[in-house]
Design a protein around this ligand. Sequence first.
Ligand SMILES: [Zn+2]
Length: 252
Amino acid sequence: MVHRNRLEAYLNELLAPAEYPDYAPNGLQVEGREEVATVVTGVTASAALIEAARDLGADAVIVHHGSFWKGEDPRVVGMKARRLQLLIESGINLFAYHLPLDVHPQLGNNAGLGRLLGLETDARHAAKGVPGLLWSGVLAEAEAPEAFSARLEQALGRRPVHVDGGPAALRRVAWCSGGADGLIEQAAGLGVDAFISGELSEPTTHVARERGLHYFAAGHHASERSGVQALGAHLAEVLGLDHHYIEVDNPA
Ligand SMILES: [Zn+2]
């Protein structure tokens, strides 16, 4: 069991949120009970996740997508009110780490995606003013895009969307988890054969074709599962917390 404040201090030291300009506050977002023994991790602080955490008797929930996003309606009404009510009624602490959990060199979503795909990271590039957001690396052996796509499907349990715009064999690729397809131009500038992110948007298809690289949309949710799981496992090991990852299926 650890005190909530000690857990927050530990997480902030580990993930260094102050180093990243972000769209939501990182760290403790909703204060619950003081002592934390059981932690639930999940991708998004949805009502379904919070209810499942409550049913497990969790003292804290740690997510990648928390609450209070820049530009959103600040009123506590509707869906947001329901989520906050669930947390407060149950005394659950909500911790959220967004960009820090994409970029962390060992525990982050990009690190996890690279590991799952057998990529050897060669560089971590600053993107959109965020240090280390865009990763690049190489495959041990050149691979046909179809074979790579099949491995991606197997690794993440979701069939990727593939825009076939590049060479017949992949060797060096770039990737960024989640809603990062807008980084494809920067990825193309690195001279990679393919770029992988979570979600596809209309202009990305044309960039892939016109800049001559493959694009794979691996799934926003699917590409962002690994960070919180690695973080939860780390907390179990280092702080002796009881950790449960809860999957709330999301086809996006
Ligand atoms: Zn995301």
